[in-house]
Design a protein around this ligand. Structure first.
Ligand code: DUC
Ligand code: ZN
Ligand code: ZN
Length: 465
């Protein structure tokens, strides 16, 4: 007797598309085939795609964001929005206050998540306080405990670490089976351009896009990849926005560097010109790296099509617009440099890539699954428990209606921001029913799961390299 059978759907994995029923017992996939039964409950998925639940490995939830600034989403609203977007796992970042022990920061972050999640969660750690103790003891111990992934920054004074410390991070992670993500922008170049822009009176949100130019991203990407090459370590380059950074990834791959590249919806759909047109309302689109131009969008699409990118993530980093703890922070009117940095997007990541990518013939369904689920599980130590439809895997499944047509409006979304960058966008295809470890969480568009059904998932370290 199965607990649940999903019948008559078209199943897609990162490898195949096939007609099959899926039988679920105790939260896991127990059978894939035909004429399965009986079951306590059945869902008819005729005419629908049956996909691995999305995994968004790049979201920001309840992240400390500076004095007086509050991120719009906590674990409840962030994972609720993610679930409505077809995701069953998200991976937010634990940011330790400088000087605070990592263990304490993680305990605090767990306390925020515990009992509040609609999807499963697994954590990355932002590594902003490199010490001999960290490299010698703490990081190896954390990786062994399932905190296998760290992010380091080459920009932001309060976050960036030196090239030497990036090397030490790469080296420690490689030796213990961890994964290193790098935010690649040249801080000194950006600081110089910010000061120049402000001196010239160029303080509106559009100038955020001008002081973080492609060259600053390209140079830092080149440097991060060089550090990976020198230390013979794998590396993840996150939120890649343009052709020049893509060129650095291809060149280093050709030299044998094991590099995973990530891009995000904003680099496919937005441009810097959008911010110019919006004047101060452009604060809604302030994120880093910033949106570029049409040629960069095309380059990112090509990277999605040709395999340069393994990961398509939202970089959901929501701040409310009409809110003094968000984009209207008192100092934000004095210069773009004080506008909280980030935009919402977790709920629209999969619908955007399906509508603009699959239905427009740019990618096929297996590539869609790889970019939105399987590759995230592989990169961050959750595969094959997560990220695929296979016997023994968690029954994390999104039943996708490929025919639904709609216009995006924030009123229909489920995050706690007060706008979407994609207001008015026409899309086709969306999640209809979402199953988390065998439990139906969204049924034909209605939330039926409970806050607290989502749980923390430790990651498995890679073999030491
Ligand atoms: N980097 C991110 O990954 N997200 C938001 C802002 C940033 O700088
Ligand atoms: Zn970043
Ligand atoms: Zn981010």
């Amino acid at each position: 007797m199965f607990d649940l059978i999903i019948r008559n759907g078209t199943v897609a994995t990162a490898a195949d598309v096939f007609e099959a029923d899926i039988g679920i017992i105790d939260g896991r996939i127990a059978q894939i085939g035909r004429d399965l039964g009986p079951a306590r409950r059945e869902i008819d998925a005729a005419g629908k795609y049956v996909l691995p639940g999305g995994i968004d490995s790049h979201v920001h939830i309840s992240q400390p964001s500076g004095a007086g600034i509050t991120m719009a989403d906590d674990f409840e609203s962030g994972t609720r929005s993610a679930l409505f977007g077809g995701n069953t796992t998200v991976m937010p970042f634990c940011l330790p206050e400088k000087g605070a022990p990592l263990r304490e920061a993680l305990a605090d972050y767990h306390a925020l998540a515990e009992g509040n999640c609609y999807t499963d969660v697994s954590f990355h750690i932002i590594l902003n306080d490199p010490t001999p103790q960290l490299f010698g003891q703490d990081l190896p111990a954390l990786i062994a405990k399932g905190y296998t992934s760290v992010k380091v920054f080459m920009t932001y004074d309060d976050l960036k670490i030196s090239d030497g410390d990036i090397l030490r991070t790469l080296d420690t992670a490689r030796a213990h089976g961890g994964t290193v993500q790098v935010h690649c922008e040249n801080e000194d170049a950006i600081k110089y351009l910010i000061e120049r822009a402000e001196r010239e009176g160029n303080i509106t949100p559009f100038f955020h896009t001008q002081v973080r130019p492609i060259a600053a991203e390209r140079e830092a990407t080149h440097r991060a990849l060089t550090l990976a090459e020198v230390s013979e370590s794998p590396i993840v380059i996150v939120h890649v926005s343009n052709a020049e950074a893509i060129g650095e990834i291809s060149a280093s791959r050709a030299r044998g560097v094991k590099v995973i590249g990530e891009t995000c919806p904003q680099y496919l759909l937005l441009t810097a010109e959008d911010l110019r047109d919006m004047d101060w309302e452009g604060a809604k689109l302030v994120c880093s790296p910033p949106p570029r131009d049409k040629a960069s969008q095309e380059a990112c699409w090509r990277g999605i099509e040709n395999g340069i990118f393994d990961l398509f993530s939202s970089d959901h980093c929501p701040f409310r617009y009409n809110d003094v703890s968000g984009k209207q922070a008192p100092k934000a009117k004095t210069s773009f440099r004080h506008i909280p940095n980030g935009i919402p997007g977790v709920e629209l990541r999969m619908p955007i890539l399906f509508s603009e990518g699959v239905l427009k013939g740019r990618i096929d369904l297996p590539r869609f699954v790889a970019l939105t689920a399987t590759n995230h599980a592989r990169a961050f130590g959750l595969y094959p428990r997560k990220g695929t439809i296979a016997i023994g895997s968690d029954a994390d499944i999104t039943i996708w209606d490929p025919e639904a047509e709609y216009t995006v409006t924030h009123a229909d979304l489920h995050d706690n921001a007060d706008y979407t960058p994609y207001e008015g966008l026409r899309l086709k295809g969306r999640p209809e029913t979402v199953v988390l470890r065998g439990k139906v969480m969204i049924e034909r568009g209605a939330l039926v799961g409970d806050r607290g059904d989502g749980h923390y998932q430790p990651a498995t370290p890679h073999p030491a390299r």
